[in-house]
Design a protein around this ligand. Structure first.
Ligand code: NAP
Length: 313
């Protein structure tokens, strides 16, 4: 079996950038992605804060980065392969898992870069699981067109929630944003936009209690945290954006994770396990942006290159 210099797990912005830097360093590199490249960027419509690229569709941004990856002869990419475990033996890492058709796969490398990203958190509300796909959604870009001229509720007050509320307002008749505090967490520019959009209404100091309906979502029960008063809000859809959980289950027992299961690294993106580096949203970090994920991908690739040359592996 071929032994690559580096295997990168995850082809979001962090993993793709790591691949560009590994490829340019002439390291033989395999990039393994569980679905299609792009990661969470695929869940958003537009990107307007990536330096050097003026307001573009997320698809266009990923296509450009992919072109840069595909231009490098030392990088191979495999999609729709989910990694389930990693073994360390004879100075090599063996990455194992299953492809979409259920077939097992295995690849070996001298160093590893984990860029496995994160996925939207669930709230655990009564009715949330039952109505998922029947009105409950975690992706406005995927599902907003189903709610044309309908009323939707959105839960969350961060950048993702407000970005998605603005997107949903292009389709829905009314978007009611439920947030648990009296102030949004989202950046000022997004707050200005939401407040000037007449289709969007804020329901502050409130939490969702239960999602109700017969076959599909019909209403949501909401509790005001200051008065404890409960009300029912009619809606056809409930969009939930309350943060993310890292995709690190396959690393339990191999790497040090924090209490929220994010990977702990130093500034060079090195984990405590020699030869394993991590970057992007699977890593414990204070600020989660496409640009910071890309920067970390570049640093992880540089650190992996140094590890390979210094350790002569
Ligand atoms: P986030 O910043 O962690 O915000 C999560 C939101 O959900 C917060 O408003 C939080 O309320 C709320 N929340 C969490 N748990 C909850 C619960 N159990 N019940 C009710 N509400 C709950 O997550 P995010 O918005 O997904 O953003 C993640 C990162 O990506 C951030 O660093 C963000 O800046 C970045 N991002 C940036 C952009 C952009 O630049 N355009 C776009 C998307 C994401 P509290 O505020 O009360 O904690």
């Amino acid at each position: 079996m071929k032994i690559y210099d580096v295997i990168i797990i995850g082809a979001g912005p962090a993993g793709l950038t790591a691949a560009i830097y590994c490829g340019r360093a002439k390291l033989s590199t395999k990039l393994i992605e569980q679905s299609q490249p792009g990661g969470q960027v695929n869940l958003t419509e537009e990107v307007e804060n990536f330096p050097g690229v003026f307001k573009t569709s997320s698809k266009n941004l990923i296509d450009i980065i992919l072109k840069q990856v595909n231009d490098l002869d030392k990088v191979e990419m495999e999609e729709f392969k989910e990694v389930s475990d990693i073994k360390y033996d004879n100075n090599n890492f063996e990455v194992r898992g299953q492809s979409l058709d259920g077939k097992d796969f295995s690849s070996k490398s001298k160093a590893l870069i984990i860029a496995s990203g994160a996925q939207p958190k669930k709230l655990g509300l009564k009715g949330e699981e039952d109505f998922t796909g029947k009105g409950v959604s975690y992706c406005a870009v995927c599902d907003a067109p189903f709610f044309k001229d309908k009323d939707v509720v959105l839960i969350g007050g961060g950048d993702t929630a407000i970005d998605e509320a603005l997107y949903l307002a292009k389709f829905a008749r009314k978007v009611k944003v439920i947030h648990r505090r009296d102030a949004l967490r989202a950046s000022g520019i997004l707050q200005e936009r939401i407040k000037s959009n007449p289709q969007i209404e804020l329901i502050l100091d409130s939490v969702a209690v239960e999602i109700l309906g017969k076959k599909t979502v019909e209403k949501i029960r909401v509790r005001n945290v200051k008065t404890n008063k409960e009300t029912e809000v009619d809606c056809n859809g409930v969009f939930i954006f309350v943060g993310y959980s890292p995709n690190t289950k396959f690393l339990e027992g191999l790497l040090e994770l924090n209490e929220e299961k994010y990977i702990i690294t130093n500034e060079e993106m090195a984990t405590a396990k020699k030869g394993i580096f991590a970057c992007g949203d699977c890593r414990k970090r204070p600020f989660r942006q496409i640009v910071t994920a890309c920067a970390e991908g570049a640093i992880a690739a540089h650190s992996a290159e140094q590890y390979l040359s210094q350790n002569n592996v």
